[in-house]
Design a protein around this ligand. Structure first.
Ligand code: C2E
Ligand code: CA
Ligand code: CA
Ligand code: CA
Length: 279
């Protein structure tokens, strides 16, 4: 029995260390990816519910890894966050997204905000507003065409500090959206104390609005409450015409989801925009 226990322990440490070393491998590969410009942004259109017009684009990060192929963010962002690499990666995202938005704008393809996701670690950098100002100047993108997406849990970690940073960002003239709304613990009334323009209702609340009357009641109430606080509402993860019909009935402002388009590489979005323009 003693022997077994020892083996069991050895087995456990081996598993643990292989898990740790896998993270280290990924961390090193992410460091290389940063040097070798192996990250790419895909973009998902944000569509006006009433008119069907494209009124924004969300930039979504992918890692183009020689070993792993195109890696989705959920698989590497947690590691990038733990290691602090998310800070330089996030800076790359901000630059690339602003440059792309400015390129679409100067090509006459799109005059609408590009939305960038921020992680807590980036938000902790007190120089964030200065960095954003610098990137806007470098790329020539007007501040009103940049939108920051922050989750409610990120903002609520240190409300006082968040409020200060958000006010300094807002003073630049950009837009601020609360992402994944409904998955955290804050109230709309509290959130309203921050300089927020938009609320993005998390996909988990939109998913079953057609089949589940309770889910429909919640989503509909969030839309109405947000409107009474003068916030625009974006519904995430819209996949069906039936969902869109309900959102239109509730006067939700904007939707995003596979119904309109999956996130696509910049060039494919350019082609899509050019096609819309020609039509
Ligand atoms: P998110 O910000 O909530 O982004 C929405 C996610 O939902 C995206 O997944 C998108 O591809 C997916 N999605 C959009 N429409 C639909 C739909 O109709 N149905 C379904 N099932 N899914 C839909 P993605 O691109 O894998 O991104 C996952 C998460 O990774 C994002 O969630 C965001 O939290 C994070 N992320 C992405 N890019 C960045 C980044 O540049 N920086 C940081 N810090 N986080 C990022
Ligand atoms: Ca987002
Ligand atoms: Ca979201
Ligand atoms: Ca989400």
């Amino acid at each position: 029995a003693k022997e077994e226990g020892r083996n069991g322990f050895r087995f456990y440490t081996r598993q643990l260390s292989s898990h740790v070393s896998e993270r280290l491998v990924i961390e090193n590969q992410l460091r290389q990816a940063l040097e070798q410009q192996a990250f790419v942004l895909h973009y998902q259109p944000q569509v006006d519910v009433a008119s069907g017009e494209i009124v924004g684009m969300e930039a979504l990060l992918r890692w183009n890894s020689p070993e792993r192929g195109l890696v989705p963010p959920d698989r590497f962002i947690p590691i990038a966050e733990d290691s602090g690499l998310i800070v330089p990666i996030g800076e790359w995202v901000l630059r690339a997204a602003c440059a792309q938005a400015q390129a679409w704008r100067t090509a006459g393809l799109l005059e609408a905000p590009v939305a960038v996701n921020l992680s807590a670690r980036q938000f902790d950098q007190s120089k964030l507003p200065e960095l954003i100002a610098q990137v806007l100047e470098e790329t020539g993108l007007p501040a009103r065409l940049l939108e920051l997406e922050l989750t409610e849990s990120l903002v609520m970690r240190d409300p006082e500090r968040s409020s200060d940073i958000l006010n300094r960002c807002k003073a630049l003239g950009l837009q601020i959206a609360v992402d994944d709304f409904g998955t955290g613990y804050s109230s709309l009334a509290y959130l309203r104390r921050f300089p927020i323009d938009r609320l993005k209702i998390d996909r988990s609340f939109i998913k079953d609005i057609v089949e589940e009357p309770d889910d429909a009641a919640i989503a509909r109430t969030v839309v109405a409450m947000a409107h009474s606080l003068r916030l625009a509402v974006v519904a995430e993860g819209v996949e069906s015409v039936a969902q869109l019909r309900l959102l239109r009935e509730w006067q939700c402002d904007i939707y995003q989801g596979f119904l309109s388009s999956r996130p696509l590489p910049g060039e494919e979005i350019s082609a899509l925009l050019a096609g819309l323009r020609a039509a």
